[in-house]
Design a protein around this ligand. Structure first.
Ligand SMILES: [Zn+2]
Length: 310
């Protein structure tokens, strides 16, 4: 049931979170390493650096959970200081919904340039096919007030917390956030554990960019780094490798079908992702929806342009 609720929220998150009932949600806090914690409630996972300088969080779930999140952070018992900075990994509402209450309480919200643009204008989210949702413009007070193009570093709690932009992955405004001293990384939704990933092709995402992001992380981080996925339980590099292999193999299967002249409907009928479905086909992104995602991603020239940049 919890899983179903989560999956429904994934969809609702992007459209409209206001109608959800968050009253029963509890925030679970897990110590990850050093002074880095992971918070789970509903929506994307939160990373928190909690120390003598105050608190920095990565993503903030939904507005109605802000008080519970703040209470959970205080409950860690390390500091009474406030959340000084919020870093958003991308624009989706299940990761940025708490921006307004946190900013109102005095936090400074930081994100990649495209996160602010997409939150400001609103628009459409989707896989370029059957998944299509309207995104309302965010309130002015919810917008990131510091934005960056390539990367930004927040120097607090003895840590150089670095948010690095990976273009055209889950969206066109993704940041992966590194905590080098504690040896932790928050992947945003470039790495999730609910099955086939949602890739927001409509908002400039692509499977090629998601693969590039995963490969870079696996190549540069220490083998024992602790990995906070966008959704799902704490993870590690081996599990990112496995996920990335799935992304590459399923992309190759769709690419081969495109080359053979198959239409998307034929690919679905032929169940060309059957070998991966048992492990990855989910209630949110089914095998058919992932075929659409990969097809639209692999045939979208705009994404190829984005990729040249990194
Ligand atoms: Zn997302």
């Amino acid at each position: 049931m919890r899983r179903l609720v989560f999956l429904l929220l994934c969809i609702a998150a992007i459209a409209a979170a206001q109608e959800q009932d968050f009253s029963k949600v509890q925030i679970k806090v897990t110590k990850v390493s050093g002074n880095i914690y992971m918070l789970e409630g509903e929506g994307g996972n939160i990373a928190a650096s909690v120390g003598e300088d105050g608190i920095v969080i990565v993503d903030d779930q939904y507005a109605p959970l802000a008080d519970k999140i703040a209470a959970a952070l205080k409950g860690i018992g390390v500091t009474d200081k406030p959340v000084r900075f919020v870093i958003n990994t991308h624009y989706h509402g299940d990761h940025t919904g708490g921006n307004l209450p946190f900013a109102t309480a005095g936090s400074t919200v930081i994100a990649q340039d495209n996160v602010r643009k997409r939150m400001e204008t609103g628009g459409k989210a989707g896989n370029g096919g059957s998944v299509a949702m309207d995104v309302k413009p965010a309130a002015k007070g919810a917008l990131p007030i510091i934005t960056f193009d390539h990367d930004v570093t927040v120097h607090l709690n003895g840590e150089d917390i670095r948010a690095l932009h990976f273009p055209a992955g889950h969206t066109d405004g993704d940041a992966i956030v590194f905590f080098p001293k504690a040896n932790v990384v928050h992947m945003g939704d470039d790495y999730v554990r609910y099955g086939y990933p949602f890739i927001d092709v409509t908002a400039g995402g692509s499977v090629q960019g998601m693969i590039a992001a995963c490969e870079k992380v696996v190549a540069v981080l220490p083998a024992d780094v602790k990995v906070i996925p966008g959704h799902g339980q704490l993870s590690n590099l081996d599990e990112i490798r496995e996920y990335n292999t799935m992304l590459k193999e399923t992309s190759a299967a769709v690419q081969a079908a495109i080359k053979a002249g198959k239409t998307v409907d034929q690919m679905k009928k032929d169940k060309i992702l059957a070998a991966w479905d048992k492990k990855y086909s989910g209630k949110f992104i089914t095998s058919d929806l992932f075929i659409e995602t990969l097809y639209n991603s692999l045939t979208n020239q705009k994404n190829a342009e984005f990729l040249k940049h990194n």
